[in-house]
Write a protein that binds this ligand. Structure first.
Ligand SMILES: NC(=O)c1ccc[n+]([C@@H]2O[C@H](COP(=O)([O-])OP(=O)(O)OC[C@H]3O[C@@H](n4cnc5c(N)ncnc54)[C@H](OP(=O)(O)O)[C@@H]3O)[C@@H](O)[C@H]2O)c1
Length: 286
């Protein structure tokens, strides 16, 4: 191998070789000291008052992180905070519509003021205002889907990164979808937005590795939440999906939450720029 090739290989390795961020302050918890412990970390999870976001907040909180939960409706935030508190999870809650720039800034500022920093960011929010043939989708549909599902994921990352850098590193996880690999019928624009998150993960990882920030993504299959109700309430659709699954059931939110927490932990300290599909064995590739 000549010297130029060797240099390229080494610089590429260095670009993608992250070191886990430092712990803010160690607190108790049965996992403290273990590789999967998140004690002392502060985690923002968007759209975290129900479904996968709430399960991610629970999984991070169970591992010792202080979680900041949010969504558009105050009543949902209050319910989620009460639930997490009843589970002895350290939690702060606020409203945040991720499509609104003032809300995004307020969420990050409040987290830094009240919790002392941000170590973990899980970008989970998404909308799907359109079902039908992609050729019938309007500019307004595309604006909404790209604003909430893609742009806000990036813009939130831009807001949290300086705080992660201050504390020596961190972890970002985007929530994509199996639809990002294989567009789902009638969900064209949504599927494309989820493919964009796979690209965003790959684009950010080498740039942020210098700051010891790892960037990863999870792509869930069909998970039983209010968002996917149309799929799991229709028996014909369920039967059709089951044919594609090795594990013959839809997933549970906690089965995604655990993978997100893993990606944020030291167990995953050498993983960046990756997307983990969590689909019950549904085959998917780009
Ligand atoms: N469920 C699945 O089968 C599945 C599969 C693949 C990927 N996903 C992805 O997983 C993520 C979560 O989906 P889910 O199934 O867990 O949904 P869900 O159970 O319906 O929960 C949606 C959450 O998002 C909040 N929310 C909605 N719009 C928001 C916005 N603009 N800003 C902030 N919060 C918002 C909701 O609360 P408020 O109403 O109070 O805002 C709620 O807490 C999404 O990115 C989705 O694309 C889901």
């Amino acid at each position: 191998m000549d010297k130029v090739m060797l240099r390229c290989l080494v610089s590429r390795c260095l670009l993608t070789n992250p070191v886990a961020g430092q712990t803010r302050k160690m607190s108790g918890g049965s996992l403290a000291g273990s590789q999967s412990s998140l004690a002392g970390k502060v985690a923002i999870v968007t759209a975290s008052t129900d479904g996968i976001g709430l399960a991610a907040a629970q999984a991070l909180g169970q591992r010792g992180a202080h979680v900041v939960v949010s969504s558009r409706r105050q009543s949902n935030v209050d319910k989620a905070v009460a639930l997490l508190q009843s589970e002895k999870i350290q939690v702060t809650g606020t409203t945040c519509n991720v499509g609104n720039s003032e809300d995004r800034a307020r969420l990050v500022d409040m987290t830094v003021e009240q919790c002392g920093g941000v170590d973990i960011f899980v970008s989970n929010a998404a909308v799907n205002p359109f079902f039908g043939n992609i050729m019938d989708s309007t500019e307004a549909v595309w604006d909404k889907i790209l604003d909430v599902n893609v742009k806000s994921a990036f813009l939130m990352t831009q807001l949290v990164v300086p705080h992660m850098e201050k504390s020596g590193g961190g972890s970002v996880v985007f929530v994509s979808s199996v639809a990002g690999y294989q567009p789902m019928q009638a969900l064209g624009p949504y599927s494309v937005s989820k493919t964009a998150l796979l690209g965003l993960t790959r684009a950010l990882a080498p740039e942020l590795a210098h700051s010891h920030i790892r960037v990863n993504c999870v792509a869930p299959g069909v998970i039983k939440t209010p968002f996917s109700q149309a799929l799991w309430q229709d028996e014909d659709v369920v039967d059709e999906f089951k044919k594609q699954l090795c594990i013959k059931r839809f997933g549970k939110p906690e089965e995604i939450g655990g993978v997100i927490a893993f990606l944020c932990s030291k167990d995953a300290s050498y993983i960046t720029g990756e997307t983990i599909t969590v689909t019950g064995g549904m085959s998917c590739r780009l």
